[in-house]
Design a protein around this ligand. Structure first.
Ligand code: NAD
Length: 260
């Protein structure tokens, strides 16, 4: 379905980003990976799906590096057709104790990076398909783009911001073939969440299993994690012809978290 298209997924060396990159590659899209840590493993895994894969190490808190990455992707594949703004970090502390540098980093990586990548991706998407436009921008927000949780001020502010950015991007391109939507997961068991499970286990002197059950039990009625595979399938739907007129939604996949 996506053969000949190119998808750039930020923060795709791990977790949700890697799951979305895998799902798009399985549909035939060439992939530009980004993120820190092990790169060879994800690269080999995506290449094994029979698509072309490239990698750029841009630090998503740095606008100049984001510009380098977007230019690199265009040079490699001609154009970015699908942009998935996914890179993100977390820090948990009450507002009065929240380190200023953590606030700045979360706003930069979880929110402003999506603005920079989007503004650089849009002109080629708008010119595609003989000027009628074709493109998909998928912002990985969170249930925290829709509701708050204590001790996550920067994260909740950034995720609400990205839901707002999603709506404006969708509206500004509403008469073209360029759509923009947000995905709002509840808990997904990735390294980002495992750190929160570990902190809970350490603070309560409880096991990993007990801390996991507590974490899910507080917010997620299904008592189940959403998986990167499920989120990848939602991204594929947004990229499909059936997603042509889905514009500006914030689609939660959260086990009922925000239904309460
Ligand atoms: P993760 O830690 O597994 O992956 C984060 C990715 O972002 C990694 O590839 C990492 O290298 C990359 N990254 C971090 N800082 C970066 C930077 N400065 N520049 C470039 N890349 C950077 O986390 P995840 O859980 O897969 O999170 C992915 C996205 O999903 C985030 O935006 C997160 O807020 C969102 N999310 C996660 C959950 C969850 O429960 N895990 C729930 C809702 C939303």
């Amino acid at each position: 379905m996506l053969t000949g298209k190119t998808a750039l997924v930020t923060g795709s060396t791990s977790g949700i980003g890697l799951g979305i990159a895998r799902a798009l590659a399985a549909q035939g899209a060439n992939i530009v990976l980004n993120g820190f840590g092990d790169v060879d493993g994800p690269k080999a895994e995506i290449a094994a799906l029979g698509v072309k894969v490239a990698y750029h190490a841009a630090d998503m808190s740095k606008p100049a590096e984001i510009a380098d990455m977007m230019a690199y992707a265009a040079a490699q594949f001609g154009r970015v057709d699908i942009l998935v703004n996914n890179a993100g970090i977390q820090h948990v502390a009450r507002i009065e104790n929240f380190p200023i540098e953590k606030w700045d980093a979360i706003i930069a990586i979880n929110m402003s990076s999506a603005f920079h990548a989007t503004r650089l991706a849009l002109p080629a998407m708008q010119a595609a398909n003989g000027g009628k436009g074709w493109g998909r921008i998928i912002n990985v927000a969170s249930v925290h783009g829709l509701v708050g949780s204590a001790e996550k001020s920067a994260y909740v502010a950034a995720k609400h911001g990205i839901v707002g950015l999603t709506k404006v991007t969708a509206l500004e391109n509403a008469t073209s073939g360029v759509t923009c939507n947000a995905i709002c997961p509840g808990w997904v068991l990735t390294p980002l969440v495992q750190k929160q499970v570990d902190a809970r286990a350490a603070a309560g002197g409880i096991s990993n299993e007990a801390a996991t059950a507590q974490l899910l039990g507080e917010k997620e009625p299904s008592l189940q994690f959403t998986t990167p595979e499920e989120l990848g399938a939602l991204a594929v739907f947004f990229c499909s012809p059936a997603g042509n007129n889905v514009r500006g939604v914030a689609w939660n996949m959260d086990g009922g978290w925000t239904a309460q």
